[in-house]
Ligand binder design. Structure first.
Ligand SMILES: Cc1cc2nc3c(=O)[nH]c(=O)nc-3n(C[C@H](O)[C@H](O)[C@H](O)COP(=O)(O)OP(=O)(O)OC[C@H]3O[C@@H](n4cnc5c(N)ncnc54)[C@H](O)[C@@H]3O)c2cc1C
Length: 420
């Protein structure tokens, strides 16, 4: 029996480990079109200013070459589900009994004049980070398009190298997917203190070159900014080409059932390529989050090895990051407005901020800035759709802990009393 996994990142590696847990014998072939060994993708910005080395960001695998046949620099170009085969880059045919598609996502490339020219970078891979690091050596001015997670991490990385950085964002606040207005304002201050300039409510009209060098960018309003390099971070889209070549059902992402099986019984999928259910809203989402990808990988891997695990869905937002030394955790629905059963509690003290969003008796969203220690408990309450009606006071208090929740559950309280 041979299981082939396409993609050697969060989802692919978690799947391989889950398969091995159940099944020590099946041959596992893992393909990656990247030439670097598996690594923690969110850490690549640190490579730009050498805060971390390649060694530091390696994903320590529990699998050795003897039980995982990892083939780097190999792209699967075509899928033939009828014959159970993949075509590899150089026309080699690889057969499989079971297949996992964990091809992830790639940066969106907006249609802006000059954006496909030299000196313009997209930060998705280890190799991309190395390219940016090389270009940064001769750069004095950088423009980043997009003030999301990747744009801001890139901005701080380049600023560490002493480069003058300007971030251009179409929306009216930074990291708009993860921060509300109040928390974005806290970070805007940290960003300004780091010497990074932001221009909000604008986008680029053109990237201007002289020969093979970027010289400037032109904004929507016609103004020009000096630039020696440009980084684009305006979101990602799932890598669906392989799935489409095999006729698998896709919509916004690769469609799967609750066991992460695609429209072909022998093919599963996991990670950023998948369209799944939002655990909070129940709507369909394509998630771009490491932990979601790893969770899906574990479930798909277990099922590929004969298990019957169910995937309950992903958080559309589940992120912890640090910008300018200030940590933030955002989970679930942080945008819901008060009314219609929605209640929003916020507390702002200097650079510490808490926002809890309730829908009736359920906690559905959360932002913690500064003090993030209890994020895991809140996340569990959101995922479990826990009834927190009896816990409001504790939840909003500064010393909330998991024990409050456990003791608030009637059945557990009974057991606790009996045991006592
Ligand atoms: C700079 C940066 C910062 C990030 N920060 C965070 C963060 O703070 N928190 C967070 O939760 N997430 C973060 N992410 C997102 C996170 O890295 C992704 O959600 C996660 O990597 C998805 O894992 P995956 O296994 O689904 O796919 P990917 O990591 O995209 O891996 C898919 C792999 O498959 C390969 N592949 C694709 N097609 C083929 C093919 N046909 N043949 C062979 N190989 C193929 C790709 O090259 C890639 O190596 C960040 C991402 C970046 C780039």
């Amino acid at each position: 029996m041979r299981t082939v996994i396409v993609g050697a990142s969060a989802a692919g590696m978690a799947a391989a480990e889950a398969i091995r847990k159940r099944d020590p014998i099946t041959e596992i072939v893992m393909l990656s079109n990247e030439t670097h060994p598996p690594y923690y993708r969110p850490l690549i910005p640190y490579l730009i200013y050498k805060e971390k080395t390649g060694e530091d960001i390696l994903r320590q695998a529990r699998l050795t070459p003897s039980n995982l046949d990892l083939r780097l620099g190999v792209r699967a170009t075509r899928l033939d589900p009828k014959n159970h085969t993949l075509t590899l880059g150089h026309d080699e045919i690889l057969s499989y009994d079971h297949l996992l598609i964990a091809t992830g996502a790639s940066p969106i490339r907006p249609d802006i004049s000059g954006l496909d020219g030299p000196g313009v970078f997209y930060l998705r891979t280890w190799a991309d980070a190395e390219e940016v690091a090389r270009a940064a050596k001769d750069a004095k001015y950088a423009v980043i398009l997009g003030a999301g997670r990747i744009g801001m991490k890139s901005a701080f990385a380049l600023r560490h190298l002493g480069i003058e950085v300007i971030v251009v964002e179409l929306l009216e606040r930074i990291v708009p997917q993860q921060l509300d207005v109040a928390s974005a304002a806290i970070f805007a201050q940290a960003v300004a203190e780091a010497g990074i300039r932001t221009i909000l409510g604008q986008t680029l009209k053109a990237v201007n070159h002289e020969g093979k060098r970027v010289t400037s960018v032109t904004l929507d309003d016609g103004s020009n900014l000096k630039a020696d390099l440009v980084i684009v971070g305006v979101g990602v889209r799932p890598n669906l080409e392989l799935a489409v070549s095999g006729g698998l059902h896709v919509y916004k992402g690769l469609l799967v059932d609750e066991h992460l099986r695609t429209s072909d019984t022998h093919i599963f999928a996991a990670g950023d390529v998948v369209e799944t259910k939002d655990v909070v809203s129940g709507g369909s989402i394509v998630s771009g989050i490491w932990t979601n990808a790893a969770d899906m990988g574990r479930i798909a891997g277990d099922n590929l090895a004969g298990g019957n695990s169910t995937y309950e869905g992903a958080f559309s937002l589940l992120n912890a990051m640090e910008l300018g030394g200030l940590p933030v955790v955002s989970v679930g629905d942080i945008e819901a407005l008060p009314g219609d059963g929605i209640e929003v509690f916020t507390e702002l003290r200097g650079q510490t901020y808490r926002k809890l969003v309730f829908d009736g008796d359920r906690l559905i969203g959360l932002i913690l800035v500064g003090q993030i220690e209890r994020a895991g408990i809140y996340q569990t309450l959101i995922r479990e759709k826990a009834n927190v009606s009896g816990l409001r006071r504790e939840l909003l208090g500064p010393r909330f802990h998991y024990g409050h929740y456990i003791l608030s559950k009637p059945v557990l309280t009974d057991q606790y009393v009996k045991a006592g």
